[in-house]
Structures are given as structure tokens and as C-alpha cells.
Ligand binder design. Structure first.
Ligand SMILES: NC(=O)c1ccc[n+]([C@@H]2O[C@H](COP(=O)([O-])OP(=O)(O)OC[C@H]3O[C@@H](n4cnc5c(N)ncnc54)[C@H](OP(=O)(O)O)[C@@H]3O)[C@@H](O)[C@H]2O)c1
Length: 243
């Protein structure tokens, strides 16, 4: 059996990834924070592909919730072979000289600290060092990590740069333990993460002339999670329409 866990799987890129993984033959555990109805719809979409799925409410800013999420998915579906470290948030648009500590705590807490904790929990459940059979971690970063997001959310960009460093460093730590660690850097993708009007304003700016669809990121994540990417680790791939 192949079992994958997708954090932030109720909506957007995570929801599309759960469905793409199911089409590839994975059973899928779906983590979400509050939007249970949407998570249930993703569970149904996975089941329509003939695979098993469960949805688990867990706030990834709470370490105990991360452990409970992993334990519930492995108890319900079986040992994990892939973890998609996808949940994330942006802050309201603003300049660095306007940020306060509360804002920074929030964005770094979910995008960087929780991403580290999820990756660590994944290693404990997949690494041969911990008695398991190996697997793949896919970290969802952002092109913002490279572009910097001036005037919008440099803090978000920096939190995603931390994710890119996590991908490189952790990949080297666990390469000989059967675990590959990869990343994706989406550009502008049509999801609810954007403030109203942002996609209308920026959507045609990528060289390909349009925003991306969550399914176009999900295809890449499903490829990276599979054995089709067997000689890849420690690298992050852009999926950004050239942006
Ligand atoms: N969309 C883009 O243009 C874009 C570009 C680059 C990178 N990304 C990255 O791609 C990832 C997914 O983004 P998206 O656009 O699909 O976002 P989205 O549509 O806003 O969905 C965010 C997901 O994360 C979950 N989540 C948020 N905070 C959480 C928490 N504290 N604990 C547990 N789950 C939490 C949400 O759960 P609920 O539904 O329960 O709230 C939801 O499932 C993020 O890491 C984002 O930074 C997105």
C-alpha cells in the first residue's frame, strides 16, 4: 500500500494534490485546520478514484496536533511513504517597516516552524534509521523565496526561503535513510490565499500570460512523490509560468 499525507489538503494546491496522488494510486490522509466541509469533499474526490482517504483537523502551529495528525493517518491508512508539507499562509500586504512581532510570529510559525516540525515527524515515520521503509517529503515553497515580494510580504518570502534551506539540509541528513526531500516553488496560482483583486492585478504578468491552476502544481508534486523522480533529492523545482 502507498499512503501519503497532505497538509493543507482541504483547499487550493493541497486539495488538487490529494486528487492527483489518488489518481497515481495513493491512499491519502488530508490535514486541514478549520474547513471541514471542504476537506470532506476532497475525501470524496479521492474515494471516487478508488482510493482510501481520511481528513483530520489539526492546527499545525500546535506541536501536539502534528503528532495527532500523523498518528491518526497511520492508524487509519497504514505506514506513510510520502508527506506533502503544503499548509501555509500569507500576511496582509505591507512593507517591512510596518511589520510587528505578532505578524512575524504568525507567518514564520506556520510557514517555517510548522514545516520543520512536519518534516521531522515525517522522518520519524519513514526513515530506515527509525525502522521504517523510506519515503519522500515534498515541501511547498514559493517563487517569493527567490523574488522577495517587496511591498507585499517580504516576511512570507523569507519564511519560504527557510523552507528551501530545509529541503537542502534535510535531504542531506536523510539521503542514506531511504528518504528523499524535494521542494516545489509555485508562482501565482489561482487559490484563496490571495487577497481579493491580487490575481486580477498580477495574473497576466508571468511570461506565460496567466496564473497557474492548482492542478498544474499538483502534477509536479505527484511526480516528485513518485518513484518517477527516483534520482532527485535536495532540490526545489519552479512551477511558475516563467515568473
Ligand atoms: N496560491 C499561490 O499562488 C501560491 C504560490 C506559491 C506558494 N504557495 C504555497 O502553496 C501552499 C498552499 O497554498 P494555497 O494557495 O493552496 O493556499 P489556500 O488555498 O489558502 O489553502 C491553505 C491550506 O492550508 C491550511 N492551513 C492554513 N493554516 C493552517 C494551520 N495553522 N494548520 C493546519 N492547516 C492550515 C488550510 O486549512 P483550512 O482550509 O482548514 O483553513 C488550507 O487547507 C502554501 O504553502 C502557499 O504558501 C501558494
Amino acid at each position: 500500500m502507498t499512503v501519503a499525507l497532505v497538509t493543507g489538503g482541504s483547499r487550493g494546491i493541497g486539495a488538487a494534490t490529494a486528487v492527483a496522488l489518488a489518481a497515481d494510486g495513493w491512499d491519502v490522509g488530508i490535514g486541514y485546520r478549520t474547513r471541514g466541509d471542504e476537506a470532506d469533499r476532497v475525501v470524496e474526490a479521492v474515494k471516487q478514484q478508488g482510493r482510501r482517504a481520511i481528513a483530520v483537523a489539526a492546527d499545525l502551529t500546535v506541536q501536539e496536533d502534528i503528532e495527532r495528525l500523523f498518528n491518526t493517518v497511520t492508524t487509519g491508512l497504514g505506514p506513510l511513504s510520502a508527506v506533502i508539507n503544503n499548509a501555509g499562509v500569507v500576511s496582509p500586504a505591507g512593507r517591512v517597516d510596518e511589520y510587528d512581532a505578532e505578524r512575524l510570529d504568525n507567518v514564520f510559525r506556520i510557514n517555517a516552524i510548522s514545516a520543520f516540525l512536519v518534516a521531522g515527524a515525517a522522518v520519524r515515520r519513514m526513515s530506515t534509521k527509525h525502522g521504517h521503509h523510506g519515503g519522500v517529503i515534498v515541501n511547498v515553497s514559493s517563487r517569493a523565496a527567490v523574488l522577495g515580494s517587496a511591498g507585499e510580504y517580504v516576511d512570507y518570502a523569507a519564511s519560504k526561503a527557510a523552507v528551501d534551506a530545509l529541503t537542502i539540509g534535510l535531504a542531506n541528513e536523510v539521503a542514506k535513510e531511504g528518504v528523499r526531500v524535494l521542494g516545489v516553488r509555485p508562482g501565482l496560482i489561482e487559490t484563496e490565499i490571495h487577497e481579493p483583486g491580487r490575481l486580477d492585478r498580477l495574473g497576466t504578468t508571468p511570461p506565460l500570460g496567466r496564473p497557474g491552476k492548482p492542478e498544474e502544481v499538483a502534477e509536479l508534486i505527484a511526480f516528485l512523490a513518485s518513484s518517477r523522480s527516483s534520482y532527485m533529492t535536495g532540490t526545489t523545482v519552479d512551477v511558475s509560468g516563467g515568473r
